[in-house]
Design a protein around this ligand. Structure first.
Ligand code: ZN
Length: 389
């Protein structure tokens, strides 16, 4: 069995060409990867979502042995809607500046492209421990795929030694990251003519009070920065992303929906802020709304919750990744990734991948071409290590 030999650059070109915006199916890309792997004699397993429109892919290359390394990438990308792109986002475009332009070049198809291009190398290198390929869906909208993927992975493969999540870190080793949680709070008031404020309760006005409260809490958190960890910014961050409410300028709004979330620093009690917000809404704000109208309601739903990463829990993965990357220090990052989900399943995990996070989600997203070579070098050292086990 030989299969098709493809360079990392060519593989990246192919992966970028699949529009895998999170709202769409990723099955075309997954089917392509599955048949590519099959061409190299490697079986893969799909772990579909509820409606079968998306799937994770798991494949093991090398011996059926414990102590392998999980290489994790997400297949979805953020939308390009409304962004001023100079090139077609779905056509990998190499420019004279040495950069490769296209949606997902940096976040994060380049890591997966390098891993896939090296599949024949992994297969033929005589590794004593396997490499497990783990490709997920829906990372960008709440890491929904990764929960299913990791659940299946830990039941399918013999205990892996470490996991490398290939999000863009310029091949630096990240062993600490914030948690992330997102919520939707629906304020329901009672409509009335805007001249008759005593007859109703405006959902928009009370939603505004909640947003103000979140601002006050944010200031309080920022005033107590972490000094024990090298993180920018060094405190828990809160964001209100969407506010939607009301129907007319002269009506007290019946409904207002606030989409908000926060990211706690590594090791902080993640649910504490959620509990505090719910308590304030229930005990302080709701009684005031109800005093105006008994039908008033406030309902908060958690939409996503992603665990963080603590350095102490990941010493094994950190040591290995530093060896393969040639780095001599680790980093902490404020954004969420799937890493915390692998870690929560008992697999020591770090983040290390090609590209600069500042490029992620941007128009004209690019990857410095030299990052492909840096990632290939990392994988070559991983192969050498796997042969010596
Ligand atoms: Zn990403």
């Amino acid at each position: 069995m030989t299969g098709e030999t493809v360079t990392s650059l060519e593989m990246l070109r192919r992966l970028v060409a699949f529009d895998t915006t999170s709202r769409l199916s990723n099955l075309e890309l997954i089917d392509y990867v599955r048949s590519y792997l099959a061409g190299h004699g490697i079986a893969s397993e799909l772990v579909p979502n509820e409606d079968g429109r998306k799937a994770n892919l798991i494949a093991t290359i090398g011996p059926d042995a414990p102590g392998g390394i999980v290489l994790s990438g997400h297949t979805d990308v953020v939308p390009v809607d409304g962004q001023p792109w100079d090139t077609d986002p779905w056509t990998l475009t190499e420019k004279a500046d040495g950069n490769l332009y296209g949606r997902g070049t940096c976040d994060m198809k380049a890591f997966s492209a390098v891993v896939l291009a090296l599949v024949p190398r992994f297969r033929d290198a005589g590794m004593k421990v396997p490499v497990h390929l783990a490709l997920s869906y829906d990372e960008e909208v709440g890491c929904f795929g990764a929960f299913r993927l990791v659940e299946r992975l830990v039941s399918r493969v013999k205990r892996p030694r470490a996991c490398i999540v290939g999000e863009p870190t310029m091949m630096g080793v990240v062993n600490a990251q914030n948690t992330a949680a997102s919520f939707q709070t629906v304020f329901t008031g009672h409509e009335a003519h805007s001249s008759m404020t005593h007859l109703g309760v405006s959902a928009v006005h009370f939603a505004g009070e909640f947003i103000h409260w979140l601002n006050v809490v944010q200031d309080e958190l920022a005033a107590r920065p972490r000094t024990d960890i090298d993180l920018v910014p060094p405190f828990t961050t809160i964001n209100v992303g969407i506010v939607a409410g009301g129907t007319a300028g002269n009506i007290l709004a019946r409904e207002c929906v606030v989409t908000w979330g926060y990211r706690t620093t590594p090791g902080e009690d993640q649910p504490a802020l959620e509990r505090r917000a719910r308590a304030w809404l229930d005990d302080v704000l709701l009684p005031r709304m109800r005093a105006r109208h008994p039908a008033a309601r406030i309902e908060t739903t958690r939409r996503a919750s992603i665990p963080g990463l603590m350095p102490d829990d990941n010493e094994e993965a950190t040591r290995l990744a530093l060896g393969w990357s040639g780095g001599n220090r680790t980093y902490a990052v404020p954004y969420g990734t799937e890493a915390g989900i692998f870690r929560a399943a008992g697999i020591p995990t770090v983040i290390c991948g090609p590209g600069d996070i500042s490029q992620a989600h941007q128009p004209n997203e690019f990857l410095a071409k030299s990052q492909l070579g840096a990632c290939e070098a990392f994988m070559e050292r991983l192969v050498d290590w796997a042969r010596r086990q």
